[in-house]
Design a protein around this ligand. Structure first.
Ligand code: GTP
Length: 331
């Protein structure tokens, strides 16, 4: 069985970090978001096709240098084709059925169970659904008998939301749905294709474990806490010379003598935490340096960025001098 991973978006809500690094390569709980997503695939899936676009070269280079546990292949769009267009472009060799994943879903999903359920009900698709209070940023499902989806509304106003069950970004689809997507132009799967599939049979699979869409800084940090709490991140072991408490996931080459740790920290490779600096509930990306007595909490620090000594970075993205960021370009 194969999986198709949609990974071509711009990640605008995580700018300016995503000017430099594609969203899916931002590390959370010790590894890039993409690798947590690939962890959702059961053993019967032996290949994932990554439908790439924005910063495709960086993704290709990373997966070649850090091979995931299953085979991956990238198929790149020369212009963004949207979710449906990306599926059509990369879906020529899909299995029947195949697993469809968004690349920013951090969740506790039993995908093997979803596949079994899909085969049992006999519809063309099974969509995982998460229950949320604020449905506005998502696609919302109205559910009928046996959780068949009878209506699907993309990004509704609160009064128009038919339920609190939203598209959680993990699905199982029959290969024939790909034939319904026009080739060579941008297509939204959710708004252009899905409504026409409901009459043939699309079923909801309600999730009861944790779920988060790690597409914004706040949600990304929440997703990291969920992963650590589920034991899918680092441990309580801190780097030599540091004090405080984990969990923390610490990359190779980190120097943190005299650093103070609070829980839920990911440090990329070669990060330096100077003496007296405090890190907590944060992601500090490769090669960044946190100056003496600085505080980084509830925050993301971009790759190779410098937080000056004594600075307080709280509840925000720190990307001063980030490579690739328009702010860092010469005028
Ligand atoms: P924002 O710009 O912050 O909304 O993030 P995003 O670009 O990732 O958009 P969104 O979260 O809505 O996308 C959902 C999923 O579809 C993500 O996994 C995206 O990478 C993916 N995606 C969005 N647009 C495209 C596209 O044009 N092509 C492909 N292949 N994937 C896409």
């Amino acid at each position: 069985m194969k999986a198709l991973v949609l990974i071509g978006g711009f990640g605008t809500r995580l700018r300016p970090i995503t000017y430099s690094v594609p969203k899916q390569l931002i590390p959370i709980a010790g590894k890039p978001m993409l690798y947590h997503v690939l962890d959702l695939l059961p053993p019967e899936v032996d290949e994932a096709v990554l439908a790439t676009g924005y910063k495709a070269d960086a993704i290709e280079a990373y997966v070649r240098a850090h091979p995931p546990r299953l085979a991956v292949r990238t198929i790149t769009e020369t212009e963004p084709l949207g979710t449906g267009g990306g599926m059509r472009n990369a879906g020529d060799t899909m299995s029947d059925p195949f697993v469809l994943l968004n690349s920013d879903v951090i969740a506790d999903v039993d995908t093997a169970d979803m596949i079994r359920e899909h085969r049992r009900h006999g519809g063309v698709g099974t969509m995982s659904l998460a229950e949320v209070d604020d449905t506005k940023p998502y696609g919302v499902a109205a559910l009928g008998e046996k959780d068949r989806i009878v209506r699907f509304v993309e990004k509704p106003e609160p009064a128009d939301a038919p339920s609190h069950w939203i598209n959680a970004g993990v699905g199982v689809w029959n290969a024939k749905v790909l034939e319904r997507i026009p080739r060579g132009r941008p297509v939204s799967f959710e708004t252009e294709i899905l409504p026409g599939l409901l009459a043939i049979g699309v079923y909801g699979h309600r999730l009861h474990g944790f779920w988060e869409d790690a597409g914004t800084p706040e949600r990304l940090l929440h997703a990291q806490r969920l992963l650590f709490d589920a034991g899918r991140g680092g441990t309580a072991t801190l780097p030599p010379g540091a004090s405080g408490r984990g969990p923390a996931a610490v990359g190779d080459g980190v120097v943190a003598n005299g650093g103070l740790f609070g829980p839920y920290v990911t440090l990329g490779e070669d990060v330096v935490i100077e003496s007296g600096a405090r890190v907590e509930d944060c992601v500090v990306m490769d090669g960044a340096r946190i100056g003496a007595n600085a505080v980084v909490a509830h925050a993301l620090v971009g790759p190779r960025c410098l937080v000056p000594p004594g600075e307080r970075v709280e509840g925000k993205i720190w990307a001063t001098g980030l490579a690739g960021s328009p702010a860092a370009q010469p005028a």
